[in-house]
Structure formats: C-alpha cells, structure tokens
Design a protein around this ligand. Structure first.
Ligand code: CU
Ligand code: CU
Ligand code: CU
Length: 506
C-alpha cells in the first residue's frame, strides 16, 4: 500500500454537536425496543421494497452495466449515493420475507470509490427505530458527518454523511452496516449489509485488472415463523444459495469475499483449486499467498484470485466445519450458531469457454511496511463473559459498554501494541474502528498485512500493532460477533492530538 504520512496535525472537520442520547437501557433488555407486531405494522406501511436479489454480481455478467440503483461509483472524485434504511417485504434465499435493508435490496447497493475521493451519502432512516451507518474498515474521520457510530438517527430523519478518503488510502474491500448499540444484531442480521470498494494501486496491477471480479457477501439466513429474515441455517452468497460463478479455461477470477454473518465463521475451500490471497481486510498484500483453506471470522474480508487451470467441469466452493466454541457455555442458546458437522456448499464455480490469452498470476503486489516497535508500554484487554442471575453480561476489562465513558485514550502518531486476552470458551473476533492494524505472530513480528478484525480463539491471547493516524476523536472497539457487542462487549477509544493546539500553530 502507499505509505501513510507519519505526522499530520490538522484536526478533521468540525464535529457536529453531540447527538442527543436516549437514557441508558438496563443491560439485559437492550435490543428489544420494538415488538414483532410493531415491526410488521411498520413493514406493511413502508413503500413496497423491490428486491433485486442476486444482480450484485459481477461487472462481467452485467454486460451493459448493472441495473440502475444496484451500484454507485464515484465520478470526478465524488461518490454520491442515496441510502434509505427500510424494514419491509423483500426476499432472501429465494423466498419472500420481511427484511431490514438499504433501498429494499439485500445485499445493499455496491459502492465504489478511489483513494482520495469524497463520499457523500444522503441517508434517510425509514425504520421504525433508531439507526445509522458504520463504514467498516475505512480510515476516515470518525466524528461529525464521517464514520460516526455515536449518531442515533431517529425514525423518519434524514442525515447527510460526507467524508473524504485520504489519497494514500489502501485499496480494499470495505463494507457498511448499521451500528447502533443494542440493535446491530437485529438490523445487520436482518439484511442490512453492503460492500464499499476502494480502488487504488492494487487494482491497477495488469493481471488483477484483467481478472473477472465477483463480489461475494457470505451470510447465513433463515426466515422466522413471523416472516422476518434473520440469521439461520441457509448459507448464502448475496442472499442466494449455491449460485454459479463462471471461469474461463486459462482465465483468472477475483473473489472479493466478506463474511457479513453476525456470528458464523466460514472455513473456505475450493475443490482442486488453491486460493491465491492478494488482500486482507484493509488492503493488498506484498505477495500473493496460496492457501488450501481460508478461515473467515465474522466481518473479515479477503481478496482472492482463482486460476482456471483445471480440467473443465464444476467445482464446489465449500465451507468446512469450524469450532468457534470449545465448550457449551449454555450461553443464550438462541444466539448461538448451530455447530456444523460436515462441509456445506456455498457456491459452484463452472468452467465456461477459453480465455483469449492466458492470464498469469501476479507475484509482487503492493508495499506493506511493517510498523516499527512501539515506544509505549503494551496495552492489555480482557474479553470476558460473566453469568448473572437471569442472563450474561459481555465485558471488556470488567466493564460493559457505556458510550459516555472513554475507556482508552491514545495519542495520534503513536504506535501501540494491544494484547487481547479471551478468557471465554468461545472465539471473539475483535474489531477496531478508524485505524487498521498488523497482527503480531508468535515471533512477535508484525504481519505484512492490514486488518481490522483479529480473531482471538477461545482461552487464548493475541496481539496486534497499530499506529493512530490523522483523525482525532472518539471511536469504538468491540467483538464483531455482533450480539456480544450489543450486550456490552464494546468500549470507547479517544484519539487525541499529540500536541496541544498552540504548539501545533508555531
Ligand atoms: Cu462492522
Ligand atoms: Cu465475542
Ligand atoms: Cu464497530
């Protein structure tokens, strides 16, 4: 990736006034602000959602371009898109269901920008409850009209999001979803997810530019007895079960994969084909890495190339069993993802035709400079779940989330190592907003890869190194098994300017 400057003192755009907050709800009743009947009533009163299931697919298959409204790309340095949060009739798994959506589409429109572009989203909350948008993984201003997850946009209210990607922003597969504490599992789990692509140097590598590009949002869905969509037993790609992708003999396809499930892990394997990884959550890798299987924790992304060098036929993209829980916590069984015992099919890749010219795999990709060791002491966090009479509380360092409390103060331009200890018998995928990090290996060296999700396996510890750059203000870090975050496993970080303003003005 393009090297980021190490020193910037300018604050971001002036923040908006702090939004009014609702009174803090008791821990165990969050996330149930609306009854099912209210939801259904709201759904039937909203404009009918026309669902375009499955056209979110590939530039190649679109031919003359995608149907309008399914994709918004920047023009002249500006990405403009209207996004309406809705709850109402739609479709998942090929069946009618009441879905949470942006613009009635599951998945939501694909947004595409280039590093340096401005993103302007005219948002309207047509849900019968508070919502907002988080631009997951972007290195942008976390305050004001930026990636501000403290906003609570009321039912019926519009809001204009507007922020600028720095010109050195890495290319990557980012995404957007609602992020209101206590309702994220319901809204994201019910269908509100879209991809946000940032193109930069990685996309200009000739072999990668020539590859047919697929956008694949992995998500488990089910339809509840009341007719609403939520997490469930069906494993889908862009809301559909087992879609077919095509590859040419001698051709190259690029799979941008997002795990948008709120609790489920995917362990990917493509029959008889290695997966050539070229990018992680937050950007490209220095070299491609060939792998037989790839674990994707909730909210992780991966950028993969597949070479069409096998005999013509159909090959299954599988997800293999993965144990994300080593013991039965008896932990709210309604929240748990049922254990998978056998491989399941996610999609089928079929050979079709022959490439005009054989496309090779690229070897050298983009520069990822490892972060130098920090000068500050190690910061430690314990992610732990405590049983209380009547339920569980999910905590970080013994505290559950309070958006009025700053848990961690850091200085811009400094580098820190964070150690996350997971003392629970189940995995916690840890997510930090605003700044991507590099995971430290067993040898203590940083991985040459940018990520914003670090899966910490049950009863283990793991470290990452992060440099806080560019943007002062408050953001959050939390577990991205979304129900854990909703129930308290989230905390506030405040990034502060390294020097007082007067010193900066000299
Ligand atoms: Cu997220
Ligand atoms: Cu968790
Ligand atoms: Cu978050």
């Amino acid at each position: 990736m393009i090297k980021r400057p190490t020193s910037r003192a300018l604050p971001g755009p002036a923040g908006l006034p702090h939004p009014p907050h609702c009174a803090r709800l008791p821990q165990m009743v969050r996330g149930s602000s609306l009854s099912r009947r209210q939801f259904l009533a709201a759904g039937s009163s909203l404009a009918g959602a026309s669902l375009a299931g499955g056209i979110y697919w590939t530039r190649h298959l679109w031919g003359q371009g995608p149907p309008s409204g399914d994709r918004y790309a920047s023009k002249g340095g500006l990405l403009e898109a209207p996004l309406e949060a809705r709850f109402g009739p739609g479709q998942v798994i090929g069946r009618p269901a009441n879905v949470f959506s942006f613009n009635g589409r599951v998945p939501a429109p694909l947004l595409e920008a280039r590093a340096g572009d401005t993103i302007r989203i005219s948002y309207t909350n047509l849900l019968p409850e508070v919502s907002n948008i988080h631009y997951h993984g972007l290195h942008v201003d976390p305050t004001g009209r930026g990636d501000n997850v403290f906003l609570e946009i009321q039912p019926g209210e519009p809001f204009l999001y507007e922020f600028t990607l720095p010109p050195y922003h890495p290319a990557g597969t980012f995404w957007y979803h609602p992020h209101v504490h206590g309702s994220t599992a319901r809204q994201l789990g019910g269908g509100m997810v879209g991809m946000l692509i940032v193109r930069a140097a990685l996309d200009d590598i000739p072999e990668i530019a020539a590859a047919t590009e697929y956008f694949m949002i992995l998500k488990d869905f089910g339809i509840r007895p009341d007719g609403s969509a939520g997490p469930g037993p069906s494993l889908t790609v862009n809301g559909r079960e087992n879609p077919t992708l095509t590859i040419q003999q001698g051709g190259l396809i690029r799979l941008r994969i997002l795990n948008a499930s709120i609790d489920r892990y995917f362990r990917l394997q493509l029959e008889e084909h290695p997966l050539h990884q070229i990018g992680t959550d937050g950007g490209g890798l220095p070299q491609r890495v060939a792998m037989d299987e790839l674990l994707m924790a909730p909210a992780e992304r991966s950028d993969i190339l597949i070479l069409g060098d096998r005999p013509p036929g159909s090959y299954r993209l599988l997800t293999l069993p993965y144990q994300s829980q080593i013991a039965d916590l008896a932990l709210m069984p309604e929240m748990a993802t049922p254990a998978q015992t056998a491989p399941q099919v996610l999609a089928t890749i079929t050979y079709q035709g022959r490439a005009d010219r054989t496309v090779g795999l690229p070897d050298r990709l983009v520069t990822v400079d490892p972060l130098p060791p920090p000068t500050l002491p190690l910061r430690t966090f314990e992610f732990h779940t405590t049983a209380l009479p009547g339920g569980f509380v999910f905590q970080i360092n013994g505290k559950d989330f309070d958006h009025h409390r700053v848990d961690t103060e850091v200085l811009l331009d400094t580098i820190e190592d964070w150690e996350i200890t997971n003392s629970d018998p189940l995995d916690h995928p840890v997510h930090l907003h605003t700044n991507s990090f590099q995971i430290l290996g067993a040898d203590g060296q940083p991985e040459h890869a940018w990520r914003d999700i670090m899966n910490v396996r049950a009863q283990t510890s793991r470290r990452f190194r992060v440099q806080f750059l560019d943007y002062p203000g408050r953001a959050v870090y939390h577990c991205h098994r979304v129900a854990h975050g909703d129930l308290g496993m989230m905390a506030v970080i405040e990034m502060q300017n390294s020097f007082p303003p007067r010193a900066r003005m000299r």
